[in-house]
Design a protein around this ligand. Structure first.
Ligand code: MN
Length: 316
């Protein structure tokens, strides 16, 4: 190599399409929340966050003739937003701000805990006898994690129709649709509903990392069969994704820029230090900070012992 060429200040450029795109799979964990069976897609052992999304719980589909399959008594949150999206059925939300909302398919509930809120979630008395949905958590950035709590109910999230199906955009923006739900970092949350023999192709932002979870039906991603109850991590640097179905499917797509802050998750708290978690737990047990949820008829949840979780999720 000549002296001359060594002095050329050039950058190596590789086309995004030159490498096989990243696709990692993580099986969901089956857990129970009271009497409700949950399939937890996030966090899993080796994948704690996808963008700012730090929890993804799938419940249902199930049918019931009596009682209420969802009955989560008042409990506290800090440092996060809860995002609840239904495919079927109803969820009644009550919180310590006095907000009350019955969530139904097509709408999204976004609760911003900021520095502290308490809420309860249950199947309302008047119900369809069906329940099917997801709840996700968004980690709040340091600039907003101590803000006053707020609750938003968006009655109709935007829908984008394509020949192969339709996309409900319940968080952030996709194609030319933008959700009205308030968020404090860039993110994307969408429910891709594939018609039989349908394909949906969506543009992705290469700076975002993305993940897919099949909610119903059969689905392939660019020829790769996607199994139910598995989180598929797509990494960053993708500019598009195409999902297809033979008999029809619902697929959850989430994404966001890799979250730049290390977080600590313990119980219902997202924090930065163990001291913050211990203080939040003490405040809940001491009936400080979070307030009550008087609309809920019954005792509130008791925080787990801090000692059993002396090292809360250090990988988060
Ligand atoms: Mn909650």
């Amino acid at each position: 190599m000549s002296k001359r060429s060594e002095q050329v200040s050039a950058e190596a450029c590789t086309s995004f399409g030159a490498e096989r795109p990243e696709l990692e799979s993580y099986p969901n964990r089956e857990i129970s929340l009271g009497s409700l069976a949950i399939s937890r897609a996030l966090p899993v052992r080796d994948r704690r966050l996808v963008g700012p999304w730090c929890l993804l719980d799938r419940f249902g589909p199930l049918t019931f003739a009596e009682g209420k399959p969802m009955d989560v008594a008042p409990h506290p949150h800090i440092g996060l937003q809860t995002v609840t999206w239904l495919l079927d059925g109803e969820v009644l939300h009550d919180d310590s701000l006095g907000s009350q909302s019955v969530l139904r398919p097509g709408a999204v509930n976004v609760m911003t805990s900021g520095g502290g809120i308490a809420h309860a979630e249950q199947t309302p008395l008047a119900n369809s006898g069906r329940l099917n949905g997801v709840q996700l958590w968004v980690a709040l950035p340091d600039s907003h994690r101590h803000m006053p709590a707020e609750f938003a109910h968006v009655p109709d999230v935007p829908v984008v129709d394509q020949r192969g199906g339709r996309a409900h955009v319940f968080a952030g923006s996709l194609l030319d649709a933008r959700s009205a739900a308030p968020h404090f970092t860039d993110l994307l949350g969408a429910d891709l509903q594939l018609h039989p023999h349908g394909t949906i192709e969506v543009p992705l932002r290469p700076a975002f990392e993305h993940a897919l979870v099949v909610l119903e039906g059969d689905c392939t991603l660019e020829g790769e069969v996607l199994q139910p109850r598995v989180l598929y991590y797509l990494g960053t640097r993708r500019s598009a994704a195409a999902v297809s179905s033979r008999d029809g499917a619902r697929v959850l797509l989430i994404g966001g820029p890799p979250f730049p802050e290390a977080i600590l998750m313990w119980w219902n708290f997202v924090a930065r230090t163990a001291e913050e978690i211990a203080q939040a737990r003490a405040d809940w047990e001491g009936r400080e900070r979070f307030g009550d949820v008087p609309a809920y008829n019954g005792p509130r949840l008791v925080a787990p012992s801090l000692q059993r979780f002396a090292r809360p999720n250090p990988a988060s």
